[in-house]
Design a protein around this ligand. Sequence first.
Ligand SMILES: Nc1ncnc2c1ncn2[C@@H]1O[C@H](COP(=O)(O)OP(=O)(O)OP(=O)(O)O)[C@@H](O)[C@H]1O
Ligand SMILES: [Mg+2]
Length: 261
Amino acid sequence: MVEAVPKLVIDGLTKRFGPMEALTRIDTRVEIGEFISIVGPSGCGKTTFLRIVSGLEEATTGEIRLDDAPVTKPGSDRGFVFQQDNLLPWLTVIDNAMIGPKIGGFATHERRAATKALLKLVGLEGFGNHYPRQLSGGMRQRVNLARALAIDPEILLMDEPFSALDAQTREIMQTELLRIWEEGRKTVLFVTHQIDEAVFLSDRVFVFARRPGRLQEIITIDLPRPRPLSVKRTPAFVALVDRIWSLIEHDVRASVMEEMA
Ligand SMILES: Nc1ncnc2c1ncn2[C@@H]1O[C@H](COP(=O)(O)OP(=O)(O)OP(=O)(O)O)[C@@H](O)[C@H]1O
Ligand SMILES: [Mg+2]
């Protein structure tokens, strides 16, 4: 049997900012269609890791391979959803969602039709001609998600995409994201500070540690899918959250104390 090539291969990744080692010797693999979350204390290098995979930032040493090709610069095989709302206020929802194809020079009629279908997929049918100021925070993040999907990426990189949302909207967005993921089965790297969010969404959780930033442990989430929100109240779910929290508690306390000092 021929083994499938992993979607993403990280070999010996190190990142230094001057003398500071932000990430040290990360080796890992992500399989096609996997949902991976990354958790860890502030400053452990989660964003840096995502930026390197996206090609926005260069690794100091090591190699990143996506579909067996080295990552050296940003490309339309990677879609990025940021924490902050970075929609352009003077463009409509559909035009915001079409930015990727426009920049890439492939904003065809077919692509526009596909993007309209994406707006429906993310629950924004009928809002294509609205402007960002007419939308709630949750709806804006849906546009950001549609925008990242509009380039039909191989991998979706999401950096705390729901952290600016209120608790209820956030839970809705988690279930919506899972629904969308089940339909398209993109490979996802999802950074979050909320451990329950990571457990709810993921096949595996990468637990990062700091000083230096590194991949400390990988926790497999063997909860059956599809997952209703009520899974969060099951003993198996709570045990996974507790286990991950116990791995990062010490580092999180240390980073909070530093921020207060
Ligand atoms: N461009 C840069 N120049 C210098 N240092 C940087 C740069 N980007 C990040 N760092 C440092 O690298 C470390 C990791 O930062 P990063 O933003 O990746 O952490 P993070 O895990 O995403 O944190 P948070 O949870 O607060 O978002 C930090 O110490 C940060 O100050
Ligand atoms: Mg970050």
